[in-house]
Design a protein around this ligand. Structure first.
Ligand code: SF4
Length: 381
């Protein structure tokens, strides 16, 4: 099997050990967060209760927000400070028009060029304050790959706007230290599953210059780990509500189709529906299995096709979204924003033609992990 960046199987037949390892490491992350960030977690919950900027979430979910801010801040603040106002505004305006499928191809072509020319050059600046977070958010809006993160970080910014300078500095010092700890420890705990990320970045990433996925495919190893742990925290937080939903969907990516572009699946409102043209296709297998397990299965060609942008009635539909690691957090947050109840399952490895391999690598998942999502048992390894 070709490992492009990550593999949950780590040269084994199945990815069972990964799910044990990520569970244990997530326990460590939560324990550390509740020791070191508890004051900020309580303060942001108090702020949200009184300001009502959103329906209050669990503290675990705000831990993901803080962790994501610390990781992105460290990785991207230099690039954010190096992006000038005019290209920032142009990129922001065109990035937010990508949802229009008729314009997407042309917009992505222009985005790729502008991002490579203007948005990936570091400006060293050790100053950090509330304004720095706002600069980071502007860069993320310009690049366009971070829509949900922008929403989450805007909430943190509103929270910090009410605080004095000393509080903001203490907050940033603390979460950046937490991010440092996470980067080091996640490498120890999960690095065996992301062993090819560095090699891919060194050898292949330059070929993505001027392409719209230059930033997406250039994500660092710590971002893979952030998504792994973030998905695990989200899954725990939403599990009970997911089990209580009346209707459940399993959304699978097109890179799992055995017949590739000759797949005969039929377009429906929710996605493509498998007609079973190949017995040996994993999607066919899961579609049949889903029929006996109250689970409707759809193929989603691209993450942006996964949800219409209409909110549904809260708690009515649960979705198990299957995606490659780098799409997990964004997908989970987007599902939650639209009132779906999400559970995330990782592709065991990536390989789609859109981003990772010109011929496409047939991808797969750990089917036991789907079964676990439908079970009330916490761990059935
Ligand atoms: S079995 Fe279903 S998903 Fe697989 S290639 Fe055929 S129609 Fe597509």
């Amino acid at each position: 099997m070709k490992i492009i960046t990550y593999s949950l199987r780590n040269h084994k037949e199945k990815s069972e050990q990964y799910y044990k390892d990520v569970s244990v490491f997530t326990d460590n992350v939560l324990e550390k967060a509740y020791t070191e960030l508890i004051t900020f977690l309580q303060d942001i919950c108090d702020f949200i209760s009184s300001s009502k900027v959103e329906k209050i979430r669990s503290k675990d979910e705000y831990i993901i927000d803080f962790l994501a801010l610390s990781v992105f801040y460290k990785l991207y603040i230099g690039k954010a400070k190096g992006l000038h106002t005019i290209p920032q505004r142009i990129l922001k305006n065109i990035s937010y028009k990508r949802d229009n499928k008729y314009l997407k191809t042309s917009i992505d072509h222009i985005r790729g060029i502008l991002i490579t020319l203007f948005a990936v050059h570091d400006k060293r600046d050790s100053l950090y304050d509330l304004n720095s977070i706002e600069v980071l958010i502007k860069w993320m809006m310009a690049v366009g790959d971070f829509k949900q993160e922008v929403t989450r970080f805007n909430i943190i910014t509103s929270f910090l706007t009410e605080k004095d300078e000393a509080y903001v500095k203490n907050f940033l010092d603390t979460i950046l230290d937490f991010g440092e700890w996470f980067q080091h420890e996640s490498k120890q705990a999960l690095g065996i599953y992301t062993c090819n990320v560095e090699k891919f970045l060194e050898e292949n990433h330059k070929s993505y210059r001027y392409k719209e996925d230059f930033v997406f495919c250039g994500r660092k190893e710590v971002e893979y780990h952030l998504n792994m742990v973030g998905a695990e925290i989200m899954n725990r937080a939403f599990k009970e509500d997911f089990l209580n939903t009346r209707r459940k969907l399993l959304l699978l990516p097109a890179c799992m189709r055995k017949a590739g572009s000759s797949c005969k699946a039929v377009k429906t409102e929710q996605g493509y529906s498998c007609i079973g043209c190949r017995q040996d296709c994993r999607i066919n297998e899961l579609t049949n299995w889903g029929k006996n397990n109250n689970l409707q299965v759809f193929i989603i060609p691209h993450q942006s096709d996964a949800f219409s942008n209409r909110k549904i009635k809260l708690g009515e539909i649960g979705i198990i979204g299957v995606a490659c690691v780098l799409n997990l957090l964004d997908g989970g947050w987007k599902a939650k924003e639209l009132n779906f109840v999400p559970q995330c399952v990782l592709l065991d490895y990536c390989g789609c033609k859109n981003h990772w391999d010109k011929n496409g690598v047939l991808t797969d998942i750990n089917v036991k992990q789907i079964e676990r999502k439908l079970s009330r048992c916490i761990n059935t390894f």
